[in-house]
Design a protein around this ligand. Structure first.
Ligand SMILES: Nc1ncnc2c1ncn2[C@@H]1O[C@H](COP(=O)(O)OP(=O)(O)OP(=O)(O)O)[C@@H](O)[C@H]1O
Length: 319
């Protein structure tokens, strides 16, 4: 098996009393896209900064392309990494083209190639028309597009994107995901962190869910769905009161519904067979849990366990 591009082994980061990231073990392979999800303050940016080598782990090990990212030895790897920070900011008096050409030069492009590459990237993110305007006159979405273009410089082997779709309109968001798919098919690896879950799932290979610095779950969406054991939603039309009156099916009925069933995944086929054989069925729809539901499941489960532990500590204290 090939060595992962990124690997964290029991890696964590503490700021005085605060454990921003608690003993995370994960890896990322070449050509893999990982979605990184968690509420505000969950530790997503901290994880990205550890991978970038901007901060060092308080404990555990971080390796990127075979090297500790905060070491001098990792210097040459940095030109192979693209990063979009959560809040992009640029030299406001420079034009978009100047900004991008400058960053391309910093990444090792010769002056002549830097400008050409910058022009192509500006076209890719749809701001060719504004490339000669100072960045201070850019709208929020245009700045974000410029930030993405900056992250894409040199077709990086590893791309870290913190909230890439913030401020983007639907067309730009669509274009962004197309670029991610393209980079992936060219062998780049991507970690993308987003609070906007709809639309992400078809572009990621695996997801990791963080809460209060803890890694709650990591895996392909199908694996996470299985682990979460969330029911499949089956919506029927034309059956009138059949579901209400059927002894087996009535216990799967969704609250206040006579036509929608919430069925455990392992019973899905048996239920479907029963439904499609019914002569009055005019339509049927099947929905598996989406990323948002899976995410909510792991967060709620974590909160419940935390609360239970806190309660049992209080009870012990009372004794
Ligand atoms: N330099 C720092 N000094 C002290 N605490 C910090 C520092 N950087 C981050 N933290 C804390 O670490 C925790 C994790 O922060 P982080 O920025 O990684 O969260 P995040 O998941 O990216 O959140 P958001 O979605 O809001 O961007 C937070 O409680 C934050 O206040």
């Amino acid at each position: 098996m090939s060595t992962p591009l990124v690997s964290l082994t029991n890696a964590g980061k503490s700021y005085q009393q605060l454990d921003a990231l608690k003993s995370v073990t994960m890896d990322l392979n070449s050509g893999e896209v990982m979605g990184l999800f968690g509420h505000n303050g969950a530790g997503k940016t901290t994880l990205m900064k550890l991978i970038l080598g901007v901060i060092s782990p308080s404990f555990g090990k971080v390796e990127v392309m075979g090297r500790a990212p905060d070491s001098n030895a990792a210097w040459h790897n940095r030109s192979k990494i693209g990063f979009l920070p959560e809040n992009v900011s640029f030299y406001d008096h420079l034009t978009g083209l100047e900004v991008l050409s400058y960053f391309a030069k910093l990444k090792g492009f010769a002056s002549s190639n830097a400008k050409k590459h910058a022009v192509n990237l500006l076209e890719q993110v749809g701001i060719t028309h504004a490339m000669k305007r100072p960045v201070k006159h850019y709208s929020k979405g245009m700045r974000q597009r410029l930030g993405l273009a900056q992250a894409f410089i040199g077709e990086p082997k590893l791309l870290l994107l913190d909230e890439p779709t913030v401020g983007l309109d639907p067309t730009a968001t669509h274009e962004f995901y197309r670029t991610v798919d393209q980079l992936k098919s060219n062998g780049s690896s991507v970690i993308l962190c987003s609070h906007v879950l709809p639309g992400v799932e078809q572009h990621i290979d695996r997801a990791m869910i963080l809460s209060s610095g803890e890694l709650l779950a990591i895996g392909a969406l199908t694996e996470l769905r299985q682990k979460a054991a969330l029911p499949v939603t089956i919506t029927t039309s034309g059956l009138n009161n059949f579901l209400v009156n059927n002894k087996t099916l009535q216990c799967f009925l969704a609250a206040n519904s006579t036509s929608t069933l919430l069925v455990p995944a392992q019973e899905k086929l048996a239920v479907l067979q029963q439904l499609v054989n019914h002569e009055n069925l005019t339509d049927i729809q099947l929905e598996t849990a989406n990323l948002e539901q899976v995410y909510q499941h792991f967060l709620t489960e974590h909160e419940l366990v935390k609360q239970k532990n806190e309660n049992s500590l209080t009870e012990q204290g009372n004794c």
